[in-house]
Ligand binder design. Structure first.
Ligand code: VGL
Ligand code: ZN
Length: 201
């Protein structure tokens, strides 16, 4: 059984959004087109309370994109984004939200970020996604969405550690690319045995 995990295709990661990814909205079309190929489709939604610990605005004197030490390790500070119930946190208006069977929300605890769809950044607190996938008999996972070098990569790498067979559809992903983060993420994913697919290549 094959599942498609669609990562954070939300307004704030699209052009005009609070943490806009270059060309982020270009992922919507290929993702919608891919959905019917999968037995199960799951969406993730970055879903922060206001004043979240990953926001630069919560750390006086710090700027967006600085890195600080949190109790669970280094944390990039982001502009305020994907605040629960805001328009920025909503899925892109053209994303197919009818076919997906579940939405996994993440980053809800005020002091812990969550890039991965499986575990928060403390690397301990599970979201429950792996149980859902196992209960549904899915061993083969394909990832697409935003952003390649953060939430997509962290999710795909966790999936490999959890024993799933993992593909990332690069044509249906776009990156933030902070100081070489895209190249680093691609090489880490490759070394972990993840198939990096480029359909249009
Ligand atoms: C993401 C930074 C902060 C992502 C989410 O979806 O890649 N990046 N929150
Ligand atoms: Zn976030």
């Amino acid at each position: 059984m094959k599942a498609l995990i669609v990562i954070d295709v939300q307004n704030d990661f699209c052009p005009g959004g609070a943490l806009a990814v270059n060309d982020g909205d270009a992922v919507v079309k290929p993702i919608n087109a891919m959905m019917p190929e999968f037995e199960l489709v799951v969406l993730t939604q970055d879903w922060h309370p206001s004043g979240h610990g990953s926001f630069a605005s919560s750390h006086p004197g710090q700027n967006a994109f600085a890195v600080i030490d949190m109790p669970y390790g280094p944390q990039v500070l982001w502009p305020d984004h994907c605040i629960q119930d805001s328009e920025g946190a909503a899925f892109h208006a053209d994303l197919n939200v009818t076919m997906p069977a579940a939405v996994i929300r993440k980053g809800m605890r005020p002091q812990v970020d969550s890039y991965s769809a499986f575990f928060e950044n403390d690397r301990k607190t599970a979201t429950g996604l792996s149980g859902l996938l196992r209960d549904r008999g899915c061993r083969h996972l394909t990832f697409a969405g935003l952003a390649t070098d953060y939430c997509v990569a962290w999710s795909a790498l966790d999936a490999v550690r959890l024993g799933f067979d993992v593909t990332v559809e690069l044509d249906a992903c776009r990156a933030i690319d902070l100081e070489g983060s895209l190249a680093a993420a691609l090489s880490e994913m490759q070394q972990a045995g993840i198939s990096l697919n480029e359909r249009q290549a």
